[in-house]
Design a protein around this ligand. Structure first.
Ligand SMILES: Cc1ncc(COP(=O)(O)O)c(C=O)c1O
Length: 463
C-alpha cells in the first residue's frame, strides 16, 4: 500500500521541526503569564471603544468586557486590554485544558494542515471517525446500549437532533417532559424545554412541555414523591402523548442541584412503562463527575435511549440506541465541526479514556475537594457571606450574600475586576458557579482564586 501524500506531509521533517519551534515559542511566551495583572491603562480607551462598538453591532452587550488576546497559560488567560485573569468558568465549560495547552497547539497544527477549515456531513476527513469510535467505546464501557453517534457543532444542535429522533420514533406524540429549572439550549424548540420564561419571551409556544420538580437533597423522600406524583398526573392527563423526557442529571444553568439514583430510578421506571424515551442531556455534565458520563455516576446506564454531549468535547454529539436510528433525511447539516475542533476532541477524549480524571480519587473529584475545602473554610469564617459549596466534580457553586440575582451580578463584576472569572447559575437563590480547567488547575491557582473570592465577598458585604 502506497503512503498517502497527506501522511508524507504530516511526517515531513519541516513540519516536525515547525511543530517543535511553535511549541517552544508558545511555552516561552506563555510562561510570562504567571499571575493576575490589571489592564494596561494605555489600552483602556481603545479597548472600551472596541467593546462598545462590538456590543452595538451584535445588538447586545457582552456579559463581561472580555476579549481574549489569544494567549493563556493553564488557568490564566490574557485579555486584549493587557490584563491577565484566572479563568474559573472556562467559557462555560469549554476550555477544559485551560488556555494555550501545548497539546491543543499540536492538534491545531494538524488541523491547519488538513485541507479544510470546516468539516461537513457531505465531505469530512478521516479524523471524524475516531471521535465517533471513542465516544461509542466510552458508552460501551459505561454499559449503555447506545450504538450510534452523530456529530454536530453545538449543544443546541445535538439536542435538536435528539428531539427529532424521539418524535420520529413515536409518531403522534407531540409533547415532551423535562425538569423544572432545566436548561436545554436556545433554539425555538429547546427554549420551550428550557424552564426559564425570560429565554423564550415573545416566542410562540411551538412545543408543549410538562415540567417535573427536581430532586431536593434537603427533602429526598418528599421531593421524590412530589416528582413521581407530578409525572403520573401528566401521564394520566395526556396518555400516549409524550415522546420523551429531557433529563439533566445535575441541573447546570439551574444552579448545580444534584440528582439521586433512587429518585431517577423511580422516574425512569414510569417513563419506560409508558414507552417514553429517556434522554440524558449531558452537554454540561459530560466529563465532569466521577465517571465520563453522569449517568454512570448515578448508575443509570441501562435506561439511556438518547444521550447528548458537548462543551469540553469541542464538538457535540447525539448518541442513540438502534431503536432510535433516524430515517434517511432526518439528520444532517453542512457543518460537522471545524477541523481544529475535531482534532482537539480526539486529544481530549483520549485523555478522558487514558488519564486519571475519573474514579473516586480521580482528578475531577480531587479538584472538587481542593476548591470546596477552601470555600467551606470561607463559609465557616463568614456564614452570612457564603452558603454551600454545592455541585459535584468539576462543577462547583456557592450562594453568596442573600442569593439575589442583583447581588450575584455585582459580585461577579467585582471578581472579574479583581482577576477572577466565574459565572452565575440558577435563581432564588442565584449562585456563583465555577467550571475550572480540571486537568491543569493547580493548588496555587485555587488558593489565589479563593483568597480573592473571600476578600471580594467581605468588600461587598454591605452592597
Ligand atoms: C445542559 C445543557 N444543554 C444544552 C446546552 C446548550 O449547548 P450550546 O450552548 O452548545 O448550544 C447547554 C449549554 O449550556 C447545557 O448546559
Amino acid at each position: 500500500m502506497a503512503t498517502l501524500i497527506a501522511d508524507e506531509l504530516a511526517s515531513d521533517p519541516r513540519v516536525l521541526q515547525a511543530r517543535e519551534l511553535l511549541t517552544a515559542a508558545l511555552r516561552d511566551h506563555q510562561s510570562k503569564l504567571t499571575g493576575i495583572r490589571g489592564p494596561d491603562p494605555a489600552r483602556a480607551a481603545e479597548y472600551a471603544k472596541i467593546i462598545a462598538d462590538f456590543s452595538q453591532a451584535r445588538a447586545g452587550g457582552l456579559y463581561f468586557p472580555y476579549l481574549g488576546s489569544g494567549l493563556g497559560n493553564g488557568a490564566l488567560v490574557e485579555l486584549a486590554d493587557g490584563s491577565v485573569k484566572y479563568d474559573f468558568i472556562s467559557g462555560i465549560g469549554v476550555h477544559y485544558l485551560g488556555h494555550s495547552h501545548p497539546l491543543l497547539l499540536n492538534s491545531g497544527i494538524s488541523a491547519a494542515l488538513s485541507d479544510t477549515v470546516m468539516q461537513g456531513n457531505l465531505q469530512q476527513n478521516r479524523n471524524s471517525t475516531p471521535i465517533v469510535a471513542l465516544l461509542l467505546q466510552m458508552v460501551k464501557t459505561a454499559g449503555a446500549r447506545l450504538e450510534h453517534c452523530f456529530l454536530t457543532t453545538s449543544g443546541a444542535m445535538a439536542n435538536e437532533n435528539a428531539l427529532k429522533l424521539m418524535f420520529q420514533r413515536k409518531p403522534g406524540a407531540a409533547r415532551m417532559l423535562a425538569f423544572e429549572h432545566g436548561f436545554c439550549g436556545r433554539t425555538l424548540a429547546l427554549s420551550q424545554i428550557t424552564d426559564k420564561p425570560q429565554y423564550r419571551a415573545g416566542l410562540p409556544s411551538i412545543l408543549p412541555v410538562d415540567y417535573i420538580p427536581f430532586f431536593d437533597a434537603s427533602d429526598p423522600k418528599g421531593s421524590t414523591e412530589k416528582a413521581v406524583l407530578a409525572l403520573r398526573t401528566y401521564l394520566h392527563r395526556y396518555p400516549g402523548q409524550h415522546a420523551g423526557m429531557c433529563i439533566e442529571l445535575i441541573l447546570g444553568e439551574g444552579g448545580y442541584w444534584l440528582g439521586d439514583h433512587d429518585f431517577f430510578r423511580l422516574i425512569l421506571t414510569e417513563l419506560k412503562a409508558h414507552q417514553i424515551a429517556v434522554w440524558f442531556d449531558e452537554i454540561q455534565t459530560f466529563g465532569r463527575t466521577s465517571r465520563p458520563f453522569a449517568f454512570e455516576h448515578y448508575d443509570l446506564a441501562q435506561w439511556a435511549d438518547v444521550v447528548t454531549v458537548g462543551k469540553l468535547t469541542q464538538l457535540c454529539a447525539t448518541l442513540l440506541t438502534p431503536e432510535f436510528k433516524p430515517q434517511p433525511g432526518l439528520l444532517s447539516q453542512t457543518f460537522t465541526a471545524s477541523a481544529s475542533a475535531i482534532a482537539a476532541a480526539e486529544v481530549i477524549l483520549k485523555m478522558m479514556i487514558q488519564g486519571d480524571l475519573f474514579g473516586p480519587g480521580g482528578r475531577n473529584m480531587q479538584v472538587h475537594a481542593m476548591i470546596t475545602q477552601r470555600l467551606e473554610a470561607i463559609a465557616a469564617r463568614h456564614p452570612y457571606l457564603l452558603r454551600g459549596p454545592y455541585g459535584l466534580g468539576g462543577m462547583i457553586a456557592f450562594t453568596p450574600l442573600d442569593g439575589s440575582e442583583a447581588k450575584v451580578k455585582i459580585l461577579l463584576k467585582a471578581l472579574f475586576d479583581a482577576g477572577v472569572i466565574a459565572f452565575y447559575a440558577g435563581s432564588n437563590p442565584a449562585r456563583i458557579r465555577m467550571l475550572p480547567p480540571v486537568p491543569v488547575v493547580t493548588q496555587r491557582d485555587i488558593d489565589i482564586v479563593c483568597d480573592i473570592v473571600e476578600s471580594t465577598l467581605v468588600a461587598c458585604a454591605d452592597i
